[in-house]
Write a protein that binds this ligand. Structure first.
Ligand SMILES: Cc1cc2nc3c(=O)[nH]c(=O)nc-3n(C[C@H](O)[C@H](O)[C@H](O)COP(=O)(O)OP(=O)(O)OC[C@H]3O[C@@H](n4cnc5c(N)ncnc54)[C@H](O)[C@@H]3O)c2cc1C
Ligand code: FES
Length: 263
C-alpha cells in the first residue's frame, strides 16, 4: 500500500525558467521508492484543485527525495508557491519502476524536456547496481530547457545534447542523437518525454535490436489503478482489453507493448 503523508519541504527552488526542484523529508516513501516510480502530490490542502498531480521521483536521498517539475497549469503553479519549511501531502510510491538489467552491455537514457525527471535516480541506481555508467541523451527545445546536465556529468555519464534550435548540441531530435550512439542488441534504452519522441525512440530501438522501456505520461485521477482515466492502447490483450493503465500497469512499459500508431 502506498503511503499518504505530510512531508516537510526541505528545499524548493526554480532551476530554470518555469522549472522547479522540490525536495522533501519522507523516510517512509524513500525507503520503498525505486527509480521510475512516481507519487501523487497534493498541490494545495483542501478540495481545490480536487485532484493530486503525478510527479516522478527524481532523486533518492538518505531520508527523502526530490521531484523536478515544469509549471504547466494551475496545479503546478500552486505547487511552485509552497515554501521550504512547510509541508506537502504526498501519496507514494506508485507504479512500476524501470527494470535494472544488469546483464546489458550498455544503458542509454533518452530524455525529452521535463521527461528527464526520473533519470537522475535511475542513473544512480544503474551505477550502483550494474557498475556501469549510463549514457544520457538530453533533448529540449533550446539550451535553457536542458535540465540536469551538470548532475549527470558529475556522475561520470557521457551526455549527448540535442535541441530543436541548435542552441546546444546537435540540431535535431532525441531519436537522431540516439541513432548516432549506435545502440545494438546488447543495449537497453530508457526513454521519457513527449509521446511522439518516445515513438521515434521506440522506432530506432526496433531497427537496431535494442531493448526499450518507455515511461509514459497520461492525465491521471486516482493514480492507483481504479478510475481507468489513464488508459493507453496496447498491442497485447490484458484482461481481455487492448488497453493498459499508465498508473498501475506502468508508467514504465516495454515499448513493444504500446500501440504507438496514434502518436
Ligand atoms: C507518471 C507521471 C509522472 C509525471 N512526472 C512529472 C514530473 O516529474 N515532472 C513534471 O513536470 N511533470 C510530470 N508529469 C506531468 C504532470 O503530472 C502534469 O504536468 C501536471 O499534472 C499538470 O498539472 P497542472 O494542474 O499544472 O496542469 P493542468 O491545468 O492540469 O494542465 C495544463 C496542461 O498540461 C497538460 N497535462 C495535464 N496533466 C498532464 C499529464 N499527466 N501529462 C502530460 N500533460 C498533462 C494538460 O493537457 C494541459 O495542456 C507526470 C505525469 C505522469 C502521468
Ligand atoms: S489514474 Fe485512475 S486508473 Fe490510472
Amino acid at each position: 500500500m502506498p503511503h499518504v503523508l505530510d512531508c516537510e519541504i526541505t528545499a524548493h527552488q526554480e532551476v530554470a525558467r518555469g522549472h522547479y526542484r522540490l525536495a522533501v523529508c519522507c523516510p517512509e516513501i524513500t525507503a520503498e521508492a525505486l527509480p521510475g516510480q512516481f507519487c501523487m502530490v497534493e498541490v494545495r490542502p483542501g478540495l481545490h484543485p480536487f485532484l493530486r498531480r503525478p510527479m516522478s521521483i527524481e532523486r533518492l536521498f538518505a531520508d527523502g527525495f526530490s521531484i523536478l517539475y515544469k509549471v504547466e497549469g494551475e496545479g503546478t503553479r500552486l505547487l511552485s508557491s509552497l515554501p521550504a519549511g512547510g509541508t506537502v501531502n504526498i501519496q507514494g510510491p506508485l507504479g512500476k519502476p524501470f527494470p535494472v538489467e544488469a546483464a546489458a552491455e550498455r544503458h542509454i537514457c533518452v530524455a525529452g524536456g521535463i521527461g528527464v525527471a526520473p533519470f537522475p535516480a535511475l542513473a544512480e541506481a544503474l551505477i550502483q547496481k550494474t557498475g556501469r555508467t549510463p549514457e544520457i541523451v538530453l533533448a529540449a527545445r533550446n539550451e535553457r530547457m536542458l535540465l540536469c546536465e551538470r548532475e549527470f556529468r558529475q556522475m561520470g555519464c557521457r551526455v549527448s545534447l540535442a535541441t530543436d534550435d541548435g542552441s546546444a548540441g546537435r540540431k535535431g531530435f532525441a531519436s537522431d542523437a540516439l541513432r548516432e550512439l549506435s545502440p545494438g542488441p546488447g543495449t537497453v534504452v530508457y526513454c521519457c518525454g513527449p509521446m511522439p519522441m518516445m515513438r521515434a525512440v521506440h522506432g530506432v530501438c526496433a531497427e537496431t535490436g535494442a531493448r526499450c522501456y518507455a515511461s509514459l505520461e497520461a492525465v491521471m485521477a486516482c493514480g492507483d489503478g481504479v478510475c481507468m482515466g489513464c488508459v493507453v492502447e496496447a498491442n497485447v490483450e490484458i484482461e481481455a482489453e487492448r488497453m493498459v493503465r499508465v498508473c498501475s500497469d506502468g508508467p514504465v512499459f516495454d515499448s513493444t507493448i504500446i500501440n504507438w500508431s496514434s502518436y
